[in-house]
Design a protein. Structure first.
Length: 564
């Protein structure tokens, strides 16, 4: 991967200045520190590209560290998925895979050090009482009645907490900072809580667990991180990050915040994503509608398209929302150059060419990708009976409709001119069942006839005799409004769910060669979009096609579908 430096200027300016001043011995060492409590989403992809990309471009190092301090929500499944996602994006952490749980002993000793310095105390307030004592943004907090316990008593209680003498929630260890601070994070935050939950790595060895803010900065320090890159939501946590390290007198990395990624029509809250999975609204974390990295991977996005997207949107110091169309364009641009093009009729209508010889089949030449001459061409079978898209025929066409209609002539892609002569309807429903046409044999290959007449419409088709009918899945966003978090009072975010986010087609008609595509292959269905052979549900000779993206932006149409 080529270094792409133009869109993270303020971070690079800091790095350049530090290197010029000889700070950190000329080292650049970053880390990507996910919590293993869910699958990574597209916002994490941005953070991965920044942390690993900065280290790569400065020939530094980047660690993968799991901040596993909340055993109630953490699972090895999530650890494995995170590893897979980071590698799939094209990054490698070498032998630098770490866990916050690696440092539980050190963290405990650091906590005792702060107690001995008079900078931490054991507090008996209940959770509700702590919230009340903490104050508000406009009202300062007040000191806990346990704040001035003697050092010896705090050490004794903390050690008894570790020994399991007290029930869950009975006591916590808090930092002694400033209950009147305008920064709520500095109002004597909790450092440890009692929680009898088995940990995915340490088992039942511990019944007290450190809080994230206490753990994170010390883990960075232990690993020798030089630049702790994180999203803007942690900007108010930076004074606390620095306070712990200064009070402990240990190495202090520089925390640098950047804007998190927000996308239209998308929710990146792990809480909401977990609800979608648990309530079986989606098939799992890797459902192609999910904004998880595994979901985008299964949908058919490429690692390079995600990386290019992250580079294109840049790294800013203020939050904004990126249109989903920008992400879609990143995969369109790539697949336009690389994906072969074939014909597929998703919602078929039968066409009979009445003047074409019965029983005859011919093979016509079709270009695989006009953007890539080296892709060559292929043969596609053509016969008397074909399928075209239902939307490519109108019995009563609207103005400026250039596709097939009674008495009108169109070009069949790579084939012939055909003219609609007759419409056959279902007598019970009145629906069009077949369209009978004639063809002009002088227009083979879709070329203009000798008499020079031209047509304005070109449509795709598939030979009925040779067509295959694998399952095709069409995806739209899970949420049908730009900001899913904008919902009426008394409702929740699920009111903005799109009930038509998945359409499964069982009767699509595809070129025969498409029936042999292997899992993981990508293709453009001409005029219909880019598709990916699902690696999970496909079988040999039975591909399942996921639509990656349409050929052009459709978000405006989706917005119009929003219920009143």
């Amino acid at each position: 991967m080529e270094p792409q430096k133009k869109h993270s200027i303020f971070i690079r300016d800091i790095n350049d200045r530090d290197l010029a001043n000889g700070k950190n011995g000329g080292r650049i060492h970053t880390r990507f520190p996910p919590e293993p409590n869910g699958y990574l989403h597209i916002g994490h992809a941005k953070a991965i590209c920044i942390s690993f990309g900065i280290a790569r471009d400065y020939r530094g190092l980047c660690n993968l560290r799991f901040d596993d301090t909340n055993p109630e929500k953490e699972e090895n499944e999530y650890v494995n998925s995170i590893r897979e996602d980071v590698r799939w994006l094209g990054f490698d952490w070498g032998d630098r895979e770490y866990y916050a749980s690696d440092y539980f002993d050190s963290l405990y000793q650091h906590a005792e050090t702060l107690i001995q310095k008079g900078k931490a105390y054991v507090c008996d307030l209940t959770a509700d009482e702590q919230r009340e004592y903490r104050g508000t943004l406009t009202r300062p907090g007040k000191n806990s009645p346990y704040r001035d316990r003697p050092v010896e008593e705090n050490l004794d209680l903390f050690r008894r907490m570790r020994a399991g003498e007290f029930p869950d929630g009975a006591r916590v260890l808090r930092a002694k900072i400033d209950m009147a601070s305008p920064n709520m994070n500095m109002r004597d935050p909790t450092m440890y809580r009692i929680k009898r939950v088995s940990h995915h790595r340490t088992g039942d060895r511990w019944c007290i667990y450190p809080m994230y803010d206490f753990t994170h900065c010390i883990s960075d320090s232990i690993e020798g991180i030089t630049h702790s890159l994180c999203t803007l939501e942690f900007e108010n946590n930076r004074p606390l990050y620095d306070w712990f390290l200064v009070e402990l007198g240990i190495h202090r990395p520089q925390q640098i915040e950047f804007a998190r990624l927000n996308l239209t029509h998308t929710v990146l809250s792990k809480r909401v994503l977990l609800r979608l999975v648990q309530q079986k609204i989606v098939s799992g974390w890797d459902d192609p509608r999910m904004p998880t990295i595994s979901g985008f991977r299964r949908r058919g996005y490429t690692p390079s398209s995600i990386r290019n997207f992250c580079d294109q949107i840049g790294v800013a110091k203020f939050n904004s929302t990126i249109d989903m169309g920008v992400l879609e364009n990143s995969i369109r641009e790539e697949l336009n150059k690389t994906a072969p093009r074939m014909m597929a009729v998703l919602k078929p209508l039968k066409v009979v060419i009445t003047n074409y010889p019965e029983g005859k089949t011919e093979e016509l030449e079709a270009v695989n990708n006009p953007e890539d001459p080296s892709a060559g061409s292929r043969k596609v079978p053509f016969g008397r009976e074909l399928y075209i898209e239902q939307e490519d025929f109108r019995e009563t066409p609207p103005p400026k409709y250039f596709r097939l209609a009674p008495g009108k002539e169109v070009r069949l892609r790579y084939a012939y001119f055909i003219k609609c002569e007759k419409v056959i309807k279902d007598p019970a429903t009145g629906d069009v069942k077949e369209v009978h046409c004639t063809y002009d044999p002088e227009t083979r290959g879709g070329n203009n006839p000798p008499d020079g007449r031209k047509v304005k419409g070109t449509i795709h088709w598939v030979s009925a005799k040779h067509a295959v009918s694998p399952e095709v899945r069409l995806y739209e966003p899970l949420f049908n409004v730009k900001d899913p978090n904008d919902f009426p009072e008394g409702k929740d975010i699920f009111v903005n769910m799109n009930p038509q986010s998945l359409e499964v087609l069982k009767h699509a008609k595809l070129e025969p060669a498409l029936g042999q595509m292997a899992p993981g292959e990508r293709v453009q269905f001409e005029r219909m979009g880019y598709f990916f052979v699902d690696p999970k549900d496909s079988r040999p000779g039975q591909p399942v096609f996921n639509r990656i993206v349409t050929l052009r932006d459709t978000w405006g149409k989706i917005e119009q579908k929003r219920p009143a």
